[in-house]
Each structure stands twice: as C-alpha cells, then as structure tokens.
Design a protein around this ligand. Structure first.
Ligand code: XMP
Length: 511
C-alpha cells in the first residue's frame, strides 16, 4: 500500500510546490480543497495545511478543525496553516507592522527532530501580512527571526499527534533547508518509508491498468509529446497491442516530425498508425486568420479524423489520455473563476464526443515525474526532454492566414533554430523555443538584388510551468549565428528578430 500525505489547499500560490517537495522526498501526496471531508484511509500518514491569500482574522477566512485532525494524524501548518493553528489554540495572530516578504534568517531555538541536519541559522522565505505574536499555551517555540517572534512551533499532546507550525515557506527554493525540513517531517516524524519512486509507480500502474482494461481495447491520440508517449508506453506494457495509437499529420507539425516520431514509436514497440491528413487541414484552414478560429478548426478536424480512425477498429472500449496532475488539481478559487485567455484544446473535446471510459495513467504525476518515469521506462532521452509544442502546432506560429508555402518556410527556419540551439548546448537551458513567421514583408538587399520578403521572429523562454515566463537571454553570438543561418538558407526570409517580451504581459505563443 502506498503511503499518502494530504495537503489541504487554502488557495496559496505555493500549494503545488509543497506537493512537489513532498514527492521529491519520495512520498506520495495529493492536494485537496480545505473544505473537502478527509478520508482517513490506512495509508494516510499526515496532513499538511497550505498557505493562503486570506488573513485568519478575515470574516470569511477558510478554516478546518485542526484539533480533530491531530487526534488522527500528525499535522504540519505552513504560513497561513501555522497561523490558523496558532489562532485555533488561543495564540495571538495580528497584522504585521509591514508585510514581510522575502528572505529572512531562521534561528532555531531548541533541539528538535524537525531540525535534523538543519543548521542553527538558515535562510528561509517569508510571505505574510499577519504575524503570530504569541504561541498558544501548551506549544513550544522552535524558531524565530529578527522580525518575528514566532517562526516555528510545535505541540506535543498525550491524547493527540504532534502539530508543527512554520511561518515561512519551506517549499520554495529560497528556503535553503526547506526540503530537508519537509523530509524530516515526513520521515523522522511521520515515519514515511519513502516508497514513491518511478519504478514503484510503474509496477503499480501496470497492475492497475491490467485490472482496469481487462481484455478490452484502448485507443489513444499520440502527439510525439512527453505526456502522451509516456502514458502510451505504460498502457502498452500493461495490454500490449490492444492499445491502438493514432498519430495524425495535421500539416502544421515541425519539419520531418511525422516520420521521425513514427519511427521512434516503432522502435519502442508501440502499435501506432500514422494518418496523413494534411490536405484536410489545409483546406479547412484556407482563408482563416483569427487565432481562436484556427484553433477551433484544428481541434474539430482532429476529432473528426480520430473518430473516423476509431470506427475502423472493432470493439474499442476505452480512450487513453496523457492527462497530468496540474490539469486535474481542484484549485481553491480565491479571485473567482479565471478568465480564458486562449483556448487550449489539443485533445479537448475528445472524451465528451466519444463517450468512452478514460484511461489516464499519469493523472497524479507532475511533469518532472512524468519525465523520470519516461526515462525509467527506457524511452529515448531526446523524446523525454523535448520542449512543449502546442496542439495547433505551427498554425499559431504563422500569424494570419496559413498556406502550404508559409508552413514550408517556417518549418525550414524552425528546424535550423532547433538544430542551432542544440549545437550551442542551449536547447536544454530554455523551457520552450520556436520560430514565428510574420506575414509582413520588408525590404532587404542580397548580392546586387533588392529583396522584399517575410520576417522570422525567434522566441525562447525560461519558465517552470508555462504560466509565467521570461525571455531567454540567449548569447549574442548565438543570435548572430542563427540569423545568418536562416537568412542565407531559407529563401523567402530576409529579416530575423528576437522576441524580448516576458509573460505576462505577452504570452509565449504569438497567437
Ligand atoms: P501561451 O501562449 O498561452 O502558452 O503563453 C503557454 C503554453 O501553452 C502552449 N499553448 C498551447 N498548447 N494548444 C496547446 O496544446 C494550444 O492551443 C496552445 N496555445 C499555447 C504554449 O506552446 C506554451 O507551452
């Protein structure tokens, strides 16, 4: 039985980081909204309370019964979670004179197993408007900083489990010993066996997939991306060629991608059919210039083709998908429902349309865990470390109308760009990179001739999850090299520019 930690989410921007820190300690965890009843299953080892944008003194502040939880399991309260604990047991929590945000020096007050291998003074990251001024009666003070009297505390009870409270954020990178603290809580205090490893996950998942699928057939859309490939490989290991993969050439893939990806699928033994539907997509996209309309056309056409292929295989019972954990975490919405800025739907709409039971082996994994599982499964590292690539492909990197000729130009420029990033050892240092074709013509001169041709914009960003991103500070020598390469080798392009916008306010893709 896999051990589990439950993280109650009070809406903090860092909740996912807590989960990732727990998983990094090889302990499985799940995030759940604070107000969902806790299911005390035998494997559940502890409850962690997240931070929150609320103040514990707000009228509508989210609360849970911490005392009741501690009767069943150890508790770790982080930031808001610590303040809520202090308040619940009669401690004093009040607005700080000024918001404390950023680095602070944690000074441990007394020996505790939580401080195992943590120095007496270490850097931590603070982000709070309220401060705990007094620990409640029956609690022990474990740490302070120069600005706040209570940075860490705990309660030992004869009739309950231990409760720890940390005012700072151990889950963020800038808390230098934060990961260690989380590990100490999990291992030294909760006795976790650290059994959450890629190989353990693979064995468990294959067993579960065998049970779920039985002797039925599964169909799955493959894109060449990390998630769908790893998901398909797991399903294939469980049910062999009863998994039917479909990989569609929508005409807006990268240069040579269709052939290359099919070849890799073949090499790893997946049963995948390649469908050349380029003409179909080009016909539907002709004359369309609106980004959202282009996305919708590609999504809809893809579903039609996939559905048609599915009907050619007799007795399909399930639909495989590469859904990962960030797509399914139920988030606590603090600022109301979020606004759709772009509709992302590379496989969107498939499940509803096909009325098939879903198989989603990666549903509880973070992206970095998917990569580790992929490597453990023996997938080629080039496939595992590929940059994200949007479902609508080059269609949203050709601004305005799409023509075969523009696709060809962009494919050439993009291929040179990716190759150069690799040869300059920059590919793995950026999170995502791609070339964009601008439909504006400008004047140039080549030899003795005047040219009047398109512009290529190059984009490269650093990011963690694509939600925010900074433009990558690529070396000038590299930019000079790739500019020359593209202009000299791609006829139809006479100008190259580099995009220096961050997200927000810009987005990663131009459409
Ligand atoms: P933006 O442009 O929103 O991109 O900053 C964030 C990430 O999402 C990808 N992206 C898409 N992926 N279908 C997809 O599957 C889409 O329509 C789509 N639009 C953007 C983008 O490549 C980046 O990784």
């Amino acid at each position: 039985m896999t051990e589990k930690i439950l993280i109650l989410d009070f809406g903090s921007q860092y909740t996912q980081l807590i989960a990732r820190a727990v998983r990094e300690a090889n302990v499985y965890c799940e995030i759940t909204p604070f107000n969902k009843p806790i299911n005390y299953t035998p494997g559940l080892k502890a409850v962690i309370l997240s931070g929150s944008p609320f103040s514990v003194n707000d009228n509508n502040a989210p609360v849970v019964d911490i005392e009741a939880i501690s009767k069943k399991l150890p508790v770790l309260g982080i930031c808001y979670g610590a303040q809520l604990t202090a308040k619940a047991f009669g401690g004093k929590v009040e607005k700080s004179g000024k918001r404390e945000y950023g680095r602070a020096l944690l000074k441990t007050k007394q020996d505790d197993v939580l401080w195992t291998d943590v120095p007496a003074e270490s850097q931590v990251w603070m982000s709070h408007g309220d401060s705990i001024l007094e620990t409640p009666a029956g609690f022990e003070l474990l740490g302070t900083t120069d600005t706040i009297p209570v940075a860490a505390f705990k309660k030992n009870g004869s009739d309950a489990h231990v409760i720890y409270g940390l005012q700072f954020h151990p889950e963020v990178y800038h808390s230098t010993h934060g990961k260690k603290l989380i590990r100490n809580f999990l291992v030294e205090i909760c006795g976790c066996k650290q059994d959450w490893t890629p190989s353990h996950f693979i064995n468990d998942t294959i067993e579960n997939l065998k049970k779920q699928v039985g002797n039925r057939k599964v169909i799955m859309a493959l894109s060449g991306g990390v998630d769908s490939t790893v998901a398909a490989t797991l399903i294939h290991k469980a049910i062999g060629d009863r998994l039917f993969g479909i990989f569609v050439d929508n005409g807006v893939l990268r240069k040579g991608e269709f052939e290359q990806v099919l070849k890799t699928y073949n090499e790893v033994g997946l049963n995948v059919k390649g469908v050349d539907a380029r003409e179909h997509f080009y016909t539907r996209l002709a004359g369309k210039t609106n980004p959202e309309e282009k996305r919708k056309i590609i999504g809809k056409t893809f579903i039609e083709i996939f559905d048609e292929e599915a009907h050619k295989i007799e007795g399909i019972g399930l639909l495989g998908q590469g859904t990962i954990y960030p797509d399914v975490i139920e988030s606590v919405s603090v600022h109301g429902p979020s606004v759709t800025i772009k509709s992302h739907h590379n496989v969107g709409g498939l499940p509803e349309k096909m009325h098939l039971e879903l198989v989603e082996p990666l549903r509880y994994l973070f992206k970095d865990e998917v990569r580790k599982v992929g490597l453990e499964l023996g997938l080629p590292s080039a496939m595992i470390s590929r940059h994200p690539f949007p479902g609508p492909g080059l269609a949203i990197r050709i601004l305005g109308e799409i023509t075969e000729e523009k696709v060809r130009l962009l494919q050439e420029a993009d291929a040179l760009y990716v190759k150069a990033l690799q040869s300059f050892d920059l590919y793995d240092k950026v999170w995502q990179a791609g070339a964009i074709l601008l439909p504006v013509k400008s004047v140039g001169v080549m030899g003795d001739e005047r040219t009047y041709e398109y512009t290529i914009a190059l984009r490269a960003v650093t990011s963690v999850d694509g939600m925010t991103a900074d433009w990558a500070h690529l070396p000038y020598e590299f930019l000079a090299h790739i500019s020359n390469e593209i202009i000299n080798n791609v006829r139809g392009i006479n100008r190259v520019v580099y995009d220096i916008s961050s997200k927000p306010p810009a987005t990663i893709e131009w459409e």
